[in-house]
Design a protein around this ligand. Structure first.
Ligand code: SF4
Length: 489
């Protein structure tokens, strides 16, 4: 091992490696680390690039994403969130990077092909502003000293000044502020130094500036008056597309110049994370807040992380009888319905039924609870109605509406199979040309019993013994193949 930089090549010292070990281990409970949506080439002016499918990912044994350099800037946290390994009352090894160390480490790993980008989170060292300023300095070094064009996802620190959030946002691809818990009461109980206001304020700031930037670049539908207002709101370096140089006051920014009009504000959008099972909050409360965040704050993603009890705090639930992984999985499925299937949170759950069904996915659960809406006639149903049928996804619903236009509404079950409809699931909920694959009157328990009898439908974490398979009178899947043949002939 060598010290620091040598002939332009950064050598990772033992001290830096030690910090890296501590701060990557400390970051592993943050799951909000996928990337998406940014397309940018490095060109000849720097190194690194991103492609729109996002950074490639791999996953560690415990399912956490490790493809980016996922690290904390510091774990010397002054806050005392009860669920967190890095809380100030824990006796763990503490350390912090310097901005130079972390920027050099990132570049050195990038050059060695270890990573494709950076996911940077942090504990709160001294104050939210101090922490945000340090994170900003890391990004400034990466972007303007090392000309790094690769993907950077960075945390916005709750309670940091708008100005620091803004400056950081012009350098990052994605930002996230973790909600952690959906209600003010839970936050107050388990994260007493955080509150909804200091979490939602940076979220709103990011959303507003992102909207302004997108309007300025013609990506949001708007009238010209709005566009003028939006561009007036942009910092001078971004509403002037000339090559005017803008001074940067940071001592780390050697070129001290940003080319105007070249950067976008948080182009991959913002995300957040909920911890599932650390509090008594219900699935209904969680997806209601997720829905509000998507609709009112234009969030790209909400992540759900099953609670891992690392502190054995008396105020935290006992997880020795099993984790909340299945619940986390169901919340991701419900989230999918909110984002892609035009569902409302109130259609999925309600205050009276606040928990997601562990036996079947939320869409199937919705269908079973609304049998009065089924069967749906495939040849005439609207796109919106098709999306509510288990076994019909966004792509197959689109294909059905498209094929109908060119086939005078004539479709067979064989056609549906070719289109990609999963008939093993959809069969109970559809008719095609007035015909059904299930030649008997269907009931909720009949469908549930047969669906769970299908091996590939068993949710993770459930054994066959826990399913309704024993109630099934016969496996309907065998007769379905025959029915398709008969009906299609
Ligand atoms: S602010 Fe809370 S969650 Fe974040 S590192 Fe500190 S103790 Fe952990």
């Amino acid at each position: 091992m060598n010290n620091g930089q040598s002939g332009g090549i950064f050598i990772v010292t033992e001290n830096t490696m030690d910090k890296l070990n501590i701060l990557t281990a400390a970051a592993k409970y943050d799951v909000a680390c996928t990337s998406s949506g940014v397309e940018r080439t490095g060109g000849s002016s720097g190194i690194g690039s991103t492609i729109s499918p996002g950074v490639c990912h791999s996953f560690s044994g415990d399912g956490r994403c490790i493809s980016l350099l996922k690290v904390l800037y510091t774990n010397e946290c002054i806050f005392d969130c009860k669920y967190c390994i890095n809380r100030r009352s824990n006796d763990v090894r503490r350390t912090s990077f310097t901005p130079e160390e972390l920027a050099e480490l990132t570049i050195s790993f990038y050059r060695r092909n270890y990573i494709e980008g950076l996911f940077l989170s942090s504990g709160i060292t001294r104050s939210p502003n101090t922490t945000m300023e340090q994170i900003y300095q890391v990004l400034l070094l990466l972007r303007y000293t090392y000309n790094f064009h690769g993907y950077i996802h960075v945390k916005a620190i709750p309670g940091a000044d708008d100005e620091l959030i803004t400056r950081t946002g012009w350098l990052a691809d994605r930002m996230s502020v973790n909600m952690e818990l959906p209600t003010a009461e839970s936050l107050n109980k388990l994260a007493p130094h955080k509150n909804r206001a200091n979490i939602l304020t940076p979220m709103r700031r990011i959303q507003t500036l992102r909207d302004s930037d997108r309007e300025f670049h013609g990506e949001l539908l708007t009238d010209s008056a709005t566009l003028t207002t939006a561009s007036d709101n942009l910092p001078i370096s971004h509403n002037n597309k000339s090559t005017e140089a803008v001074s940067c006051k940071s001592k780390f920014c050697k070129p001290a110049v940003m080319k105007a009009g070249t950067r976008r504000f948080v182009p991959a959008g913002q995300s957040t994370q909920f911890i599932i099972g650390a509090s008594d909050d219900t699935d209904y409360q969680i997806i209601k807040v997720s829905e509000a965040l998507y609709e009112r704050f234009d969030l790209k993603r909400v992540f759900y992380s099953a609670f891992v009890n690392v502190n054995l705090d008396s105020e935290l639930p006992d997880t020795s009888k099993g984790s909340e992984m299945l619940r986390e999985h169901r919340l991701y499925q419900a989230d999918w319905l909110l984002r892609y299937y035009q569902f409302k949170a109130d259609e999925i759950l309600s205050p009276e039924y606040p928990s997601l069904n562990t036996l079947v996915d939320p869409k199937c659960s919705y269908a079973l609870n609304h049998l009065e809406m089924f069967p749906v006639e495939i040849t005439t149903a609207s796109y919106h109605t098709l999306l509510r049928v288990p076994g019909i996804g966004v792509t197959s619903a689109r294909r059905i509406t498209s094929v109908r236009k060119h086939s005078a509404g004539l479709l067979t079950f064989n056609d549906l199979k070719k289109i990609g409809v999963v008939l093993k699931r959809a069969q109970y909920f559809i008719t095609c040309g007035g015909k059904s694959l299930v030649p008997i009157r269907i009931t909720q328990s009949f469908i549930l019993a047969n669906m769970l009898g299908l091996k590939d439908n068993l949710p993770k974490g459930l054994t066959k013994e826990q399913t309704y398979e024993q109630l099934s009178l016969f496996d309907v899947s065998d007769i379905v193949e025959n029915r398709i043949e008969q009906i299609s002939c």
